[in-house]
Design a protein around this ligand. Structure first.
Ligand SMILES: Nc1nc2c(ncn2[C@@H]2O[C@H](COP(=O)(O)OP(=O)(O)OP(=O)(O)O)[C@@H](O)[C@H]2O)c(=O)[nH]1
Ligand SMILES: [Mg+2]
Length: 428
C-alpha cells in the first residue's frame, strides 16, 4: 500500500486552495522583539493574495512567546473560534511558523483548516514551479514539511488500531511504513535533482569557458529583476531571449543566464529567484543550488522596488538572505527600480531606474561596466588632516602612496578606479 501521493506530498489543503478562493482569518502572535511586525504582517497578506486566499479579518496577540499548545492564549483562542463562525471562514492562516503539534491542536479545537507561514510559502512555490528542477525542489521541501504531521496523525491511528498493519512485516506500523516511503521518495527526488544539476553545471561550464564576468540580479520578490533582465536583452536586440516577468510573488523560481554586451564588454547576467523574509529553512535547503547562483557572481545588482512602502524591510531581507547563502562579500550596486511610480528620491547610495520607462538604465550599465572593468588611474591628492579617516575607509578600494606632509594635510598618490577617485574627491 502506498500512503503518499508522488506529487506534492500529502497535503490535501494545497489541492483545495488551487481550485477556489478561500475565505480566511489571518492570526498573528506579535513577539516582543519583532520590530518589523507591521511590515511583515503586510507581507503575509501579500503572500495570501498570491495564494488566492482572501483575508476577511485579522486577529493579533502581543506576547513574549508562542503558546506551546495553541500558539495564542485561551481568551484569544475563543475569540478566534467565534470569528471563524461569524465570518464563515474556511481557513486560518498563521503569520508565524508553528510546530506541528500546535497546528494539529488548532485544527482540532477550531474545527477548521490551519496553515502556518511555511505551509503558505510552500503552497505558492508548488503552484508556481514550472521547470522540472523547481518542481522537484518544491516537492522535497513539501515532503520534509509534511512528514512530522503525517507521522503524528498515523501514530495516533496506530494507537487506536492497536499496532501493526495486517500482512506486513512483524512490528510494522502505518507510521513506520509511511516514514520509509517518504524517506525513499525524498532520496529518489534528490538523485533526480543531482542529475539535473550536474547537467546544468556542464552547460554552465561550457558558457563560462570564455571566463566572462558574472553579474547576478538579486532582490526581493516582485522588485523587477526579470524586467531589468528583459530590458537589457531588448537593448541587445535579443527580444527572443526574454524571461518570464509578472506582477506576482515568486514569478521566477529558476535561475536564467543570458549574455549581455555593453561597449564591447560582454558579461553573463543571472536572473535569480526572489527573496521573502524568513524564507523557510526547508525551502532554502531544497533550493540551495538555485539560490546559490548569486554566490558565484563577480558583481551583484540589488534590485529594489522604490515604490513599495516596505522597501527598507525588503532591503534587509535581501541582505540577510545573501548572508545566508554566502554571497554577502560580493561587490554590489543598489538599484531603486520603478522610479516612474515615485515622487521623492530619498536614497543616495544607488541608482534610480525604471525598467518600464527606460530611465537610468544607461547609467546602470555604465556602473556595471566600471565595476567589472575598473579603469586604473593614479592621481595626486592632498587629504586634509581632518579627513585622514578616508584613507582607512577606502583602503579596500584604493592604494594610498604617501608622498609628503604639508601644512594643510598629507599628499598621496592614489591608485584606483576613476569611480573610487571620484568618490574620494566627493568626500574631501
Ligand atoms: N511601474 C513599473 N513597474 C515595473 C517596473 N519594473 C517592473 N515592473 C513590474 O513589476 C512586476 C514584477 O516584475 P518582475 O520583473 O517579474 O519582478 P521580479 O523581481 O523578477 O519578481 P520575482 O521573479 O517574483 O522575484 C511586473 O508587473 C513588472 O511589469 C518599473 O520600472 N515600473
Ligand atoms: Mg523574476
Amino acid at each position: 500500500m502506498n500512503y503518499i501521493s508522488n506529487k506534492t506530498g500529502s497535503n490535501i489543503l494545497s489541492g483545495k486552495l488551487k481550485e477556489e478562493n478561500m475565505r480566511a482569518i489571518l492570526a498573528a502572535v506579535k513577539l516582543k522583539d519583532n520590530q518589523y511586525f507591521t511590515e511583515t504582517l503586510d507581507e503575509c497578506r501579500n503572500l495570501c493574495d498570491a495564494a488566492n486566499i482572501e483575508i476577511i479579518n485579522t486577529l493579533t496577540q502581543a506576547s513574549e512567546s508562542i503558546d506551546p499548545n495553541y500558539a495564542i492564549r485561551k481568551g484569544k483562542l475563543e475569540e478566534l473560534k467565534q470569528l471563524i463562525e461569524d465570518e464563515e471562514a474556511e481557513l486560518v492562516v498563521f503569520y508565524n511558523n508553528l510546530p506541528v503539534t500546535v497546528v494539529s491542536n488548532l485544527k482540532d479545537y477550531l474545527e477548521c483548516e490551519v496553515m502556518d507561514r511555511t505551509s503558505l510559502i510552500l503552497h505558492i512555490f508548488s503552484t508556481r514551479a514550472k521547470s522540472k528542477e523547481a518542481k522537484i525542489q518544491t516537492e522535497i521541501a513539501r515532503l520534509k514539511y509534511d512528514m512530522p504531521q503525517l507521522l503524528k496523525d498515523n501514530m495516533d491511528e496506530d494507537k487506536q488500531r492497536g499496532g501493526t498493519v495486517n500482512n506486513r512485516g512483524a512490528g510494522e506500523t502505518r507510521s513506520t511504513i509511511i516514514r520509509r516511503q517518504m524517506e525513499s521518495r525524498i532520496n529518489d527526488l534528490k538523485v533526480e535533482l543531482k542529475k539535473l544539476e550536474s547537467r546544468k553545471d556542464t552547460e554552465f561550464e561550457k558558457r563560462n569557458k570564455s571566463e566572462l564576468k558574472k553579474v547576478a540580479l538579486v532582490g526581493y520578490t516582485n522588485a523587477g529583476k526579470s524586467s531589468l533582465m528583459n530590458n537589457l536583452l531588448r537593448r541587445n536586440e535579443k527580444a527572443d531571449k526574454v524571461v518570464y516577468e509578472k506582477n506576482q510573488l515568486f514569478a521566477t523560481l529558476d535561475t536564467s543566464i543570458r549574455n549581455i554586451t555593453y561597449k564591447k564588454h560582454e558579461f553573463l547576467l543571472f536572473d535569480t529567484v526572489g527573496f521573502v523574509s524568513d524564507l523557510p529553512h526547508g525551502l532554502v535547503e531544497a533550493f540551495k543550488s538555485t539560490l546559490k547562483a548569486a554566490s558565484y557572481a563577480d558583481l551583484l545588482v540589488h534590485v529594489m522596488d522604490s515604490s513599495n512602502e516596505n522597501y527598507l524591510l525588503q532591503e534587509k531581507t535581501t541582505l540577510d538572505t545573501l548572508k545566508q547563502i554566502g554571497a554577502d562579500g560580493i561587490p554590489m550596486i543598489n538599484v531603486y527600480n520603478k522610479c516612474d511610480l515615485i515622487i521623492e528620491k530619498k536614497m543616495s547610495d544607488g541608482i534610480y531606474i525604471s525598467c518600464k520607462e527606460n530611465i537610468g538604465i544607461e547609467e546602470l550599465l555604465e556602473k556595471i561596466d566600471a565595476a567589472l572593468y575598473p579603469k586604473e588611474v593614479s592621481e595626486k591628492l592632498l587629504i586634509p588632516y581632518s579627513k585622514l579617516s578616508l584613507v582607512n575607509r577606502f583602503r579596500n578600494k584604493a592604494e594610498f602612496e604617501r608622498l609628503e606632509d604639508t601644512e594643510e594635510g598629507t599628499e598621496y598618490l592614489i591608485h584606483s578606479s576613476k569611480e573610487t577617485i571620484k568618490e574620494i574627491k566627493k568626500n574631501l
